[in-house]
Design a protein around this ligand. Structure first.
Ligand code: IFM
Length: 764
């Protein structure tokens, strides 16, 4: 089977194992920001879960989806399967389970954004059929899908029936029906299927047409069977002859246009051939790689992991959509119901300001458009300002389920929705980071400043003052979710302090440079000087848990008194620590689920002296179980910045294998979708850790730490309108080429800032 594979650009899965199938479907998914298509076998089998998700299409069913839930929870809707095929040769269905699979190779070509498959099957009568397929979800025109299938009867001639359909008979994994049929009919040269989400009322229209080429063809018959539409061919196939299906599908929803069916049909009528669509799609991927590639010269494995992370990140965001954001499993699976967490702003989002600023802006606008929901949440809990929902969907309302069934623990209350508030600061941090990285002052003036002020206002209302004039934040969950209802979580308090200062700076700046705008905004939000004085007092007097004697931050009040647990040999994949110890017990221990103080070290790096960074990392790293996929990548990042390269690489590998290792026993891995936060963390570990990128208000500095066996790390970085190519050698030499755009203010190591024009290079 002749698909050539270059591990630096391709992921490959050989054969077929039902145990790994669902993981492969997620990891090899076709993603273009608008939609995600799981890489299920086109003809289906008993375990496969073919699914399309269209970003932002959520539905809340009429009744709760599970016994433990009191109310129904909105979830990302499984949309019609656009790439379904059915092949029957001489009356025999060519599907695993009905025929013997002789060989199979599946390749995700990350460079071109295509999924390739080659397989051979033999039926009980000994007839061997060879098949090859290619699928893509266009990055050039995100509404378009393309599919090709080449079929060759190897050792027989006979009647073959081939069906290419769009199948709307789908329910979500938990069996919830979210879609109702609106209409299915033939159109000029094809077929159309329109469905509507039952409660949220989104309309989704698919139109498709296909051709089958080969000798002695008989005519094509379109079919419409309830919510399944397609075309069907039956012909006398000749031994050794190859027959090729070319299928194009267009999808529009009522989120995009008023009349999705008309839009999809009009587009299909003027669409180029599959080959032309594929060429445009590949060109779009080439442009995105040009702006975001990471090259690791000496390690094929790291190279593949890095490129897969970048592939998933490019495919997770749509720069043209301000109404959708990135859920915990991107658009590749249904775990966490497609909900959007802090995973987005803190883990995934930082890729975009440095590689695709328009996508970064669109994702922040998703939050801005939901500022009223955040105001409502703050108010409902008795606070002021804006507290974004811990779990967010299309509406901007809090959608965290109040209860959840945890394996091994039964039905448990979920406190994150009411207690995990650091997300507010995480969003503020992204707003400031975007402005710093892009210089987009318009965004700051029109939207960013308002977000910062409202979030700062939330924190000022969230604190409680003690008799010594110190401010506390009580009863929170920090990033380490193994400890609930804690007081003065260092991460939360420090990030709240940072947000308050940022809000004060925004107010000062607007007042000084844009007085009219400030007056209008302050009047609209009702901000007076008295309130700003309170913010200052809170920022100056909030407790942080820092002990100048030990140089450590206490993760939260009382953490040191908890029982120490030796985590040597702990394997998350086997059993997480909360399951091993029990939920009550784990709260009595120092076991940390995921990076907490360690995250803080990175986010507020400049605020800490080298000894504080080192001491806190060495204290908290052995206490962290990494029972959340969010954890290893940030340990990789901080370890790399501290120059501990063996540890940094170990954690980087751990982050990558969360999804890419299909062999771990008892581990469902990526089955429910890829762990996009871990993936975003991989890019951040490379950029901010190994390449040592330190963005500042003055310019961007690089202090690389490159493992010897990598040889070099080269990354494409956008900085305030300049396209940079940064190459750091393991030997220590670093070059930053300004390839295009504005002159950039750059520095390497402890060197002085330099202004480098387009076409010039800074070496250090
Ligand atoms: O947001 C995360 C959280 O930090 C840990 N549990 C899973 C959530 C979704 O990924």
């Amino acid at each position: 089977m002749d698909i050539s594979v270059d591990a630096r650009w391709h992921l490959e899965a050989r054969g077929y194992d039902p145990a790994t199938e669902l993981m492969i479907e997620s990891v090899f998914a076709l993603v273009n920001g608008y939609s995600g298509t799981r890489a299920a076998l086109e003809e289906g089998d008993d375990v496969s879960y073919p699914a399309l998700y269209v970003a932002g299409i959520f539905n809340t069913p009429a009744a709760p989806q599970a016994d433990e839930l009191q109310d129904p929870i909105p979830e990302l809707v499984r949309a019609p399967d656009w790439s379904r095929i059915r092949i029957v040769a001489e009356g025999q269905e060519l599907q695993i389970g009905h025929v013997e699979l002789l060989e199979q190779r599946r390749v995700l070509d990350m460079q071109r954004g295509v999924l390739l498959r080659a397989w051979r099957v033999r039926d009980a009568a000994g007839r061997v059929t060879r098949l090859r397929s290619l699928r893509f979800a266009s990055l050039d025109n995100r509404h378009v899908f393309g599919q090709q299938l080449a079929l060759t009867p190897e050792n027989y001639s006979g009647t073959i029936m081939l069906e290419a359909s769009v199948n709307g008979n789908v329910r979500n994994e938990n069996k919830t029906q979210h879609l109702a049929l609106v209409g299915a009919h033939t159109i000029a040269g094809g077929v159309a299927l329109t469905m509507r989400t039952l409660q949220s009322g989104y309309v989704l229209s698919f139109v498709t047409n296909a051709t089958l080429s080969g000798a002695n063809m008989t005519s094509v018959a379109p079919f419409v069977e309830e919510a399944r539409v397609g075309q069907r061919w039956t012909w006398q196939a000749e031994q050794g002859q190859t027959y090729t299906l070319d299928k194009r599908v267009v999808v529009y929803t009522s989120r995009d246009v008023d009349d999705p069916l008309a839009a999809a049909s009009d587009q299909l009528a003027t669409l180029g051939s599959t080959v032309e669509l594929l060429a445009a799609h590949e060109a779009a991927w080439a442009a995105r790689w040009q702006a975001s590639d990471a090259v690791i010269t000496g390690s094929e494995e790291r190279q593949q992991q890095a490129r897969w992370a970048i592939y998933q990140l490019i495919g997770a965001a749509n720069p043209d959509d301000e109404q959708a954001s990135i859920g915990a499993r991107s658009i590749t699976g249904e775990r966490y119901r497609g909900h959007i967490f802090w995973d987005n702003e803190t883990f995934v989002w930082p890729f975009y300001p440095y590689t695709d600023p328009q996508a970064a802006r669109a994702l922040l606008m998703y939050r801005y458009h939901r500022l009223d929901g955040a105001r409502r949440k703050a108010q409902a809990l008795g606070y002021r300002g804006a507290l974004f929902p811990w779990e967010s969907t299309d509406t901007g309302e809090e959608t965290t389920p109040p209860f959840i069934n945890v394996p091994g623990r039964g039905v448990q209350p979920v406190l994150t929705g009411s207690e995990e508030h650091h997300l507010a600061a995480d969003i503020a941090y992204a707003v400031a980071q975007y402005r710093q990285a892009t210089g987009d002052e318009r965004f700051f003036l029109d939207y960013g400043a308002e977000m910062l002020l409202e979030i700062a206002r939330f924190w000022a209302s969230r604190v409680e003052k003690d008799e010594h004039g110190r401010y506390h934040i009580l009863k929170v969950i920090g990033p380490d979710e193994y400890h609930e209802s804690v007081d003065d979580n260092a991460y939360t308090n420090m990030m709240a302090q940072w947000t308050l200062r940022c809000g004060l700076e925004a107010a000062d700046e607007l007042r000084a440079s844009f007085p009219e705008r400030w007056q209008a905004l302050a009047a609209r939000l009702g901000i007076e000087q008295r309130e700003l004085d309170t913010w200052q007092a809170v920022a100056d007097n909030i407790v942080t848990g820092f002990d100048p004697a030990t140089r450590l931050f206490e993760q939260f009040d009382g953490y040191y008194k908890l029982r120490e647990v030796d985590l040597t040999g702990h394997s998350t994949a086997e059993k997480t620590m909360d399951i091993k110890l029990g939920w009550e017990e784990i709260q009595r221990t120092q076991v940390i689920k995921q990076s907490d103080v360690v995250m803080l070290l990175f986010l507020l790096w400049e605020q800490f002296t080298p000894d504080v960074r080192e001491k806190n990392f060495r204290f908290y790293e052995p206490r962290t179980a990494h029972d959340s996929s969010l954890s290893p990548s940030f340990h990789a990042l901080v370890a790399a910045r501290l120059g501990d390269l063996p540890m940094a690489e170990r954690y980087l590998h751990q982050a990558a294998t969360i999804d890419l290792d299909f062999t771990r026993k008892g581990w469902a891995g990526a089955a429910g979708g890829v762990h996009i936060a871990a993936i975003g963390g991989i890019w951040q570990a490379l950029a901010f850790g190994f390449l040592g990128m330190e963005p500042t208000d003055e310019g961007v500095r690089f202090r690389p730490h490159i493992p010897a066996h990598w040889g070099a790390l080269q990354m494409m970085i956008q900085w305030r309108g300049s396209q940079l190519r940064v190459t750091a050698q393991a030997s220590g030499a670093t070059e930053i080429g300004v390839e295009a755009g504005n002159a950039a203010t750059l520095a390497v190591g402890d060197g002085a800032w330099q202004t480098v024009a387009a076409g010039a290079t800074l070496s250090g």
